[in-house]
Structures are given as C-alpha cells and as structure tokens.
Design a protein around this ligand. Sequence first.
Ligand code: MN
Length: 259
Amino acid sequence: MRILVTNDDGIHAPGLEACVRIARALSGDVWVVAPESDQSGVSHSLSLNDPLRLRAIEGKRFAVKGTPTDCVIMAVRHIMAEQLPDLILSGVNRGMNLAEDVTYSGTVAGAMEGTVLGIPSVALSQCLGPDRRGDDAFTTAEAHAPGVIKKILKEGIPAGRLVNINFPALEPNDVKGVKITVQGKRDQNLLKIEPRHDGRGNPYYWIAFERRRWTSEEGTDLSAVENGLISVTPLRIDLTDEPYMTRLAAVFDKSKLTD
Ligand code: MN
C-alpha cells in the first residue's frame, strides 16, 4: 500500500512526523508532500495566482510553497503520477477539527482533495488540553491511529467520502474507546476580532478564539472527544441537504419563475 502524508501545519510540524510514523505502521511505502509553512485555516483553497514551488527534500519527502490542496494535487498529478497513492493521511493536526472547524480546516481539506481525486483519504487531528499542549500530545494519535485506520480500510471508504478523526486530549492509555459521530455544532461562535496597535500607533487586527465553554449534543464529534473517545466522522464532498432541497423544489414547482 502506497501512502501519501500531507498536513496543514507545514513540513516542520511535529504532527507531520507523528503522521509519518502512523503511516509507517501501515506500510513501508510512505511519501510526504506538505506545505512549506503553516496553512491552518486555509480550508480547500487553491493557489491560482502564484506559481507552486516544489522542493525535493530527500527520497520520498517534498515541500510545496502552497496549500494542503496544492500539495495533494502536486503529489497525485505530478510527483506520484506514475503510481498513485492508495491512501492519503492528512495531519496529525495540532488541535481539534470538530464541528464547524471542518469548514475552515486545511487538514480536512487535504483529505477532501484526495477524495475529489478518487483516493481514499483520512484527516487526523489531535485535540489539545491544558496539560497536553506540547509535542508529546501527538503520542495519543500515534498510539491509536494505525488500529482505527486499519478497521476503516477493512470496511472501505466509499467514493466521494472521507473520514475525519479526532483524538481526545488524554494520555494514550486513558482513551476510552472509539465513537462513530456526526459533525457537531457549537452553541456559540468563538471567533472574535482582537485589535492591537503597531509601533507607529496604527491599528491592526488578529482573528482570535475566545476561551469559552460550549455545550455539545450527544452523538456529535464534540461530545465524543469531551468524553475521552476517539471521534470518527464520515464526511462527504456532496454538501447537498436533501430534506431542504425537497422543500425548495416544492416552492419552485414546475420551473415557473412567477406564481
Ligand atoms: Mn493546522
């Protein structure tokens, strides 16, 4: 099995090395194509106005000056075009990709692009906690990901689907199990604008996250990791909401433009 590893935290991220070790536990044929710099929050973006610079580091390891999506396209359409990967692993992200995070995540987008290109793909993220913020946080993902991925591969990943896995912020031995979940929703939006001033007194701004508690519904990705479980959420590229589609179709009956 040929595995491509990518991420959004960049080629120097400790989580990427954890992902390489996870991939090596599954196969001897592991390739890495990752962004030169941190691309967290870029979602499924493509670089269309700048050229992609490709840096061959050594053997099967490459860095791309671009987004995770750029990396996967570069790998599948160029670097590995003669023998495509059988599996793409994106991560291990530094921090959770739960609920609406999925729509911002470059990590999830790396797996989305793999899915778009017809390759089974899995996104991996490690939740962080007050006591688990250092590089050793990834030991939890590393300990449990190979077994979870093997089970998923045995069942198979259908076309157009990807799998989003989040590991709880616990020591590997304290993890309570695996839960198959739905994408959740936080009961509040934690994003805010943080104003600052530069050396000349001019204002500038950071997008920041408020540290507030949220409540989560049972059965969601949020609830799983809160309860010490590994969250496994099957996602699909087709975002169509069928119940709402049916309602709208009734409103726009018979293609008439006016009532
Ligand atoms: Mn990231």
